[in-house]
Design a protein around this ligand. Structure first.
Ligand code: EPZ
Length: 421
């Protein structure tokens, strides 16, 4: 297993290219299963979750070829419809093969994804949506077993306790592309990644409208064909670099960033005092004056993304004054607090809000990454901490950030990957 070793205190500056969005790419790769033809997906980030999805596609019988950032999938008449525990347990997003399998094969067996370190992650909305389309669902030996002789469209309300669901919307939208008649998803997610998936499905011949709103309408078609698609840039990777510019008092230009997908993050960082300039296909983020504390509440898009909550908290730990983070998507997503506290951060957790009192400096320490975004937060803290920080268990980071230490080194960070002893 690897760890990252960071010597803090260097200002980051320069240009970095934003990779393709992991959370777009995963459902899009699953969607290729809706056709027998070849699909070519470009701008695929080279991250571990993508390897897991490729393994799932191969397990189902698809032929997959990867060449750098392009993945070609040739599903052909793949025979299998079982996504096994060994793969699903390593990546919850595997659940997004459920919709394509049921649409194309009329049967799916997908291991129940279970809980997760960021808190409970139920899948009731996925199942409710499929049942409303006439799919028979059972849970057997830890697997969701879904059968559909016929699938019909319907009106499906997909709101849960915490608002819309990104992957439930993806699953129902994919299933509905080949159902009989019209499906209307109410309280649908409209995250840029959901829109990207809808755009890919439309290229495959699906009839979808309203994908940028909370009401998506899908007219079922008999057959979909293969398509080519380049996935959108990763707004969370871009946001993580923006926080790196802020925390190191740096100046970073993000090539290929999509500011139109990042309004909430830009707004909060500007409120903190960062100088942010938008240009077509790029974003320049510059530290210009001492930063002010901010209050952030995570919400479904276009609100502040939960996937940026841990990173912005790292910035708050060294911002003079009191900042507050309220988590409204995953109320228990605070595993990073104990590790940030080991570096000298002062954070009080009150229910689903964290009250952060900025300190003058953090001190480097050995810390343990617990999930993908928590790991990014520890890395950011390490960039500004005094002395050496060892971030252990970075396989979490490798799930979702492409060449992270290389990108940060190029910007001037002292960071290296080492094998754990
Ligand atoms: C996606 O997960 C992302 N994953 C997550 O990113 C992200 O944190 C999340 O959306 C929210 O933006 C991928 O796209 C692969 P949800 P998803 O269903 O779709 C509740 C990362 O770090 N809910 O939108 O699984 C749920 O518990 C990852 O890259 C139900 O109640 O999340 C949560 O409170 C982590 N019932 C809320 O909805 C359900 O059936 C939103 O979750 C489904 C969800």
């Amino acid at each position: 297993m690897d760890k990252l070793v960071i010597e803090g205190g260097n200002r980051l500056s320069g240009v970095v290219r934003v990779s393709g969005a992991k959370n777009s790419c995963l459902p899009i790769l699953a969607a290729t299963l809706l056709s027998e033809d070849e699909s070519a997906i470009r701008n695929v980030p080279c991250v571990r979750d993508m390897n897991t999805m490729v393994k799932i596609l191969k397990t189902l019988g698809a032929d997959v070829e990867q060449d750098g950032s392009e993945i070609k999938v040739r599903p052909g008449r793949y025979k299998r419809h079982r996504a096994p525990y060994e793969l699903v347990s390593t990546m919850r997003a595997s659940i997004c093969v459920l919709g394509p399998l049921i649409a194309k094969k009329r049967r799916a067996e997908v291991s129940f994804p279970g809980g997760c370190v960021i808190g409970p992650r139920p899948i009731d909305l996925h199942l409710k949506g499929l049942e409303a389309m006439g799919v028979d669902i059972k849970v057997e030996k830890g697997y969701i077993v879904a059968d559909a002789k016929k699938m019909r469209g319907g009106n499906i309300y997909l709101g849960g306790h915490f608002g819309s669901s990104v992957l439930a919307t993806a699953n129902i939208m994919m299933a509905a592309t080949m159902a009989d008649g019209q499906t209307v998803i109410e309280n649908a997610a409209c995250e840029p990644e959901t829109v990207d998936l809808a755009n890919f499905l439309i290229k495959m011949g699906a009839k979808i409208r309203g994908q940028t709103t909370h009401r998506i309408i899908i007219e079922g078609v008999k057959k979909l064909h293969g398509a080519e698609h380049s996935v959108i840039p990763d707004r969370i990777e871009a946001g993580t670099h923006m926080v790196a510019a802020a925390i190191t008092k740096g100046d970073i230009t993000l090539k290929d960033a999509r500011p139109d997908h990042m309004a909430a993050v830009i707004d909060k960082l500007e409120e903190a005092g960062l100088d942010i300039k938008l240009a077509p296909g790029a974003l320049r983020v510059k530290y210009a004056r001492s930063l002010k504390p901010i209050d952030v509440t995570t919400l479904p898009y276009p609100g502040f993304p939960t996937d940026m909550q841990a990173q912005i908290m790292s910035l708050m730990t060294v911002t003079n004054g009191i900042s507050i983070v309220t988590e409204k998507i995953y109320p228990e997503r605070f595993m990073h607090i104990s590790e940030l506290s080991r570096m000298g951060a002062r954070i009080l957790l009150e229910g689903s809000s964290a009250i952060v009192k900025g300190v003058k400096s953090l001190s480097g320490a050995p810390v343990m990454a617990s999930d993908l975004r928590a790991s990014a937060a520890l890395l950011l803290a390490g960039l500004v901490a005094k002395g050496r920080t060892d971030v252990h268990r970075i396989y979490h980071l490798d799930r979702g950030y492409e060449k992270i230490e290389k990108k940060f080194s190029k910007l001037g960070a002292k960071i290296r990957r080492e094998k754990e002893e």
